[in-house]
Design a protein around this ligand. Structure first.
Ligand code: MG
Ligand code: ZN
Length: 231
């Protein structure tokens, strides 16, 4: 049975959330109340993320990339799962509300062929401040004004019998509801629990790999079948 993986980036593939880290580092006026509005749901994610970056001067682009590269760490086991999924032919999609100018440098040392797709936001650096552009907006079936709409991406990429979602935050919840298997930590874990959405807790991607190679729904897809070799 075919399997596909949709994986969040900030706080999931990386240990911490890079947008929050950038805001904490540059500390533009009023950013915390924008984040609070997003978490409370009184401001859409698109509105909130767009507003946050509009507080940051475009000229800081290179400085931001350096800061992110200094501070961001991949979660243990990420490379192992990517390598194994690639070897088994299981498509791995990154679905992120983050921005390509800091995501691409963090992923630069991983072979691009390991990703079936990297879906995230983009930015324009025309002065004076950063403008987020939204190449993957909500389709007709979503009214949440996500900015980067994870469920719309899931509907548009090739189908598989088993869909896996890996995430850490409330922004992964709609994707989680459409998954067959959810790996959740932090806010996403508590939210799934509170709303009766089945999920599996993880801390590292080694935990996820361990489940996938043993779970009856996925173990065949995650077994490397040696071709030939009979002599
Ligand atoms: Mg996240
Ligand atoms: Zn949406």
């Amino acid at each position: 049975m075919s399997v596909r993986i949709f994986c969040d980036f900030d706080g999931t593939m990386t240990v911490t959330d890079n947008i929050l880290m950038i805001m904490e580092h540059y500390n533009p006026p009023n950013w915390r109340s924008i984040v609070e509005d997003m978490m409370r749901g009184t401001r859409s994610i698109r509105d909130g993320v767009g507003s946050l970056f509009s507080l940051i001067p475009s000229a800081l682009r290179e400085d931001i990339v350096r800061t992110v590269m200094d501070k961001a760490t991949l979660r243990p086991g990420v490379l192992g799962l990517l390598t194994h999924a690639h070897a088994c032919g299981v498509p791995f999609y990154v679905v992120s509300g983050g921005i390509d100018f800091f995501i691409r440098p963090i992923l630069a040392h991983i072979p691009p062929s390991y990703f079936a797709g990297v879906y995230c936001n983009s930015a324009s650096f025309d002065p004076p401040t950063i403008t987020i552009t939204w190449p993957h907006p909500c389709g007709d079936a979503c009214t949440d004004d996500c900015g980067m709409c994870k469920t719309t991406v899931m509907r548009h990429v090739p189908f598989a019998h088993t869909t896996i979602v890996i995430g850490d935050s409330i922004t992964d919840y709609n994707a989680a509801k459409q998954a067959d298997i959810v790996f959740a930590r932090a806010h996403l874990y508590r939210h799934c629990l509170a709303h009766g959405v089945p999920c599996i807790a993880y801390e590292t991607f080694y935990d996820i790999m361990d489940t996938l190679v043993h779970d009856a729904r996925t173990r065949d897809a995650f077994t490397l079948h040696r071709l030939g070799g009979r002599s």
